[in-house]
Design a binder for this molecule. Structure first.
Ligand SMILES: [Mg+2]
Length: 186
């Protein structure tokens, strides 16, 4: 059965700019240290497939026009691709938390087609920098890899905090640690 790494985008693959949290200009596009070489290594040495799942609050509205989003996003994808890092799917939710949409992480509305028994969820991971990413792991029945310190993370009031210790398989400081961990799991 296939195993998947469900990867968050902002704060996980690329730096999330404090302030407006939007990567809406090329100057704001910056990868996390060593993410590219480590992801390439993971793909070469394991059989995980990659799915990107990201919340982009209000994308397409006046405060976050699509035109400003796609340029940096496509450049990011192209850079990853030149190193052999390809995604099976890129899923973007554009709602706000107040909308309470089931497509917005930590909910699984955009990922239903992976929840039909065709994916080895017990050995799949969500990699993210927020507790809502870890809650997504709980909701999918897979495990979480947190980048950054989970004790410092905010939970947006949408997380089952008592379940976090069991759900977070690795509290990683950087992508070297994520790579090392995943190579021992497969
Ligand atoms: Mg994030």
């Amino acid at each position: 059965m296939k195993k998947i790494l469900f990867l968050d985008r902002d704060g996980t693959l690329i730096v999330e700019p404090p302030g407006d949290w939007q990567i809406d200009r090329f100057e704001k596009l910056e990868f996390l240290p060593k993410v590219i070489q480590n992801l390439a290594d993971i793909l070469q040495k394991t059989d995980y497939e990659l799915v990107m799942i990201t919340n982009q609050d209000g994308l397409g509205t006046e405060s976050y026009p699509e035109d400003s989003f796609w340029g940096p996003h496509h450049l990011m994808m192209k850079i990853l691709q030149t190193e052999g890092i390809k995604f099976k799917e890129v899923l973007i939710d554009i709602t706000y938390q107040k909308d309470e949409a089931d497509t917005r992480k930590p909910f699984t509305g955009l990922l239903r087609h992976y929840m039909d028994g065709s994916v080895d969820m017990a050995n799949s991971y969500v990699v993210g920098d927020r507790l809502t990413d870890m809650q997504l792991a709980i909701n999918l029945g897979c495990q979480g890899i947190m980048i950054g310190k989970s004790e410092d993370a905010t939970d947006d009031g949408m997380c089952e905090l008592d379940k976090m210790p069991a759900a977070i398989a690795l509290d990683a400081n950087n992508w070297d640690e994520i790579r090392d961990f995943l190579l021992t799991q497969s």
